[in-house]
Design a protein around this ligand. Structure first.
Ligand code: NAP
Length: 320
């Protein structure tokens, strides 16, 4: 197979931890260049700006955006306008309207836009979806709790408007929820806890409703110490299903599927599947842009009651 040349924009935590290893292992793409303010990847040509890359490297057919959501739209638009296929980290943008605009442009240009949701690739998710397909869901409880100081050290953007705060990880839960439920859900209310010095919430409680009296509750916390707690429990007329470890382990009535994380909490295995899907989408000339997880997060912001809590200081930034 001839490798397709691909460039990464934004070489930060997720690009280094997941994207680059997945591209190297996948056998579909070659990392041909990066756009990076901080030096990029050793041995790979680095550009200071995306415009410079688009002008200099017309053979690079796919651009994968791994930069924060607030700064992704302009670049993604420029890449599509220059005839390149585009892959977006989650959340696909800082607003729904900008994602819709990108999808329309990709459509008009006959290009692939792939709004990835890596958690949907976790080992237990497909099984959960299949089992729930003929069940009547009564309640869902989501607990998405992690320590921001461990998982997002030094990430100033997450506390700035558009960075979403706790909804940056919680949108992974929403991506699983919208993937596995056989019915749609909508947000009915939320309590959002904003540190007095931050523009985004550090914790939240989100309430949802669905058909037939179904309810759901998401308890989200960015100050949870210890191993992350990324769990979803779905009660149905046919029993209870639990997805834990971010969707890696599925438990139905005591029967367990999936190997979980072992000693290393993480998301290994999800990114190779994303790149494989990107390759298939490009070959087929298709798009994949599902905004439902972003809609739920946006609705939580729209309906949420704002509660001010103690200021948050990232210890990795608090240097003398
Ligand atoms: P990060 O470590 O802060 O990296 C983002 C990179 O984007 C930076 O290193 C920088 O790379 C570039 N960048 C360009 N403009 C920037 C700006 N104004 N502010 C900060 N960085 C800027 O963030 P990340 O954790 O990789 O997250 C990036 C995206 O991936 C987010 O949408 C996040 O939700 C998603 N994601 C993260 C994780 C995770 O566990 N961290 C997991 C899944 C998905 P250069 O220096 O190379 O320009």
């Amino acid at each position: 197979m001839t490798l397709t040349d691909l460039a990464i924009v934004g070489v930060g935590k997720i690009a280094r931890d997941q994207h680059i290893p997945a591209i190297e292992a996948g056998g579909q793409f070659r990392l041909a260049a990066t756009v990076s303010r901080s030096g990029g990847v050793a041995g790979v040509e680095t550009f200071d700006t995306l415009d410079a890359l688009l002008a200099a490297r017309p053979e690079i057919g796919v651009i994968s955006f791994c930069n924060p959501p607030q700064v992704r739209y302009e670049g993604a638009r420029a890449a599509l306008a220059a005839g390149r296929h585009v892959m977006l980290e989650k959340p696909p943008g800082a607003s729904l309207s900008e994602v819709r605009d990108l999808a329309a442009l990709a459509d008009a240009r006959g290009l692939t836009l792939y709004a990835t949701w890596h958690s949907r690739q976790a080992a237990g998710v497909a099984g959960a979806r299949a089992w729930l397909s003929d069940k009547r869901v009564r309640t869902v409880r989501i607990d998405w709790k992690e320590d921001v100081r461990v998982w997002h050290p030094g990430q100033v953007w997450i506390w700035q408007a558009g960075g979403m705060g706790i909804f940056d990880p919680a949108i992974n839960a929403f991506s699983i929820l919208t993937e596995i439920l056989p019915v749609p859900v909508h947000v009915t209310g939320a309590d959002l806890r904003f540190p007095s010095n931050c523009e985004t919430p550090i914790a939240a409680e989100v309430h949802f409703a669905g058909p037939g009296g179904m309810t759901a509750l998401a308890d989200l916390d960015f100050l949870y110490e210890g191993d992350p707690f990324w769990t979803m429990q779905v009660e149905t007329d046919g029993g209870t299903l639990t997805l834990s470890q971010g969707g890696a382990v599925l438990d139905i009535g005591g029967a367990r599927e999936g190997e979980g994380w072992g000693d290393q909490p993480g998301i290994h295995g999800e990114y190779p599947k994303l790149y494989s899907q990107m390759y298939d989408l490009v070959q087929a000339g298709l798009q994949d842009v599902d905004t439902r997880p972003l809609e739920l997060a946006a609705d939580a912001f729209m309906l949420g009651r704002r509660i001010e809590v103690a200021p948050f200081t990232d210890p990795t930034l608090a240097k003398d």
